[in-house]
Design a protein around this ligand. Sequence first.
Ligand code: PNS
Length: 160
Amino acid sequence: MSVAIYPGSFDPVTLGHLDIIKRASKIFDHVIIGVLNNTSKTPLFSSEERVNMLRDVLCDIDNVSVESFNGLLVDFAKQKNTNVIIRGLRALTDFDLEMQMAQSNRMVAPDVDTIFLSTSLEYSYLSSSVVKEYARYGVDVKEFVPECIVSKLLDKMKGQ
Ligand code: PNS
């Protein structure tokens, strides 16, 4: 069975992430979404909230599961018995960082390969940071995130 990990912060999940997940789920038998728990940035949503939001929006895709992880991505991949990592590439600006991550992961775990999926054109500008910034200033973000995330974002912003 072919299994791949799609890791990220998902703070929160965007339509761009969803697009990559749906496409990856057609390529691999199973896709594990790995939600990073030990980020050095302070996330808006806790890792439990991020996992639950992803589970909600992905409930109709059978071959996708969601888990949080701590520590190194390559260790999480080993734990899950896979050596395939998926990342989305939006634009040239992503390239440096993504190459750096893929190369360093291969330095410590030569068997682990990163496969890049090019983001669909309509999401090439989209990031969780942009979504949070817009939501903070009251811009309607329904075109950027799944419907059920909109109200969760607004609630968070009100609580800040
Ligand atoms: O959604 P993001 O924030 O771009 O995802 C980044 C992520 C989670 C893929 C990356 O930070 C990561 O793999 N972190 C785990 C720690 C690790 O393995 N670091 C070494 C790779 S540079």
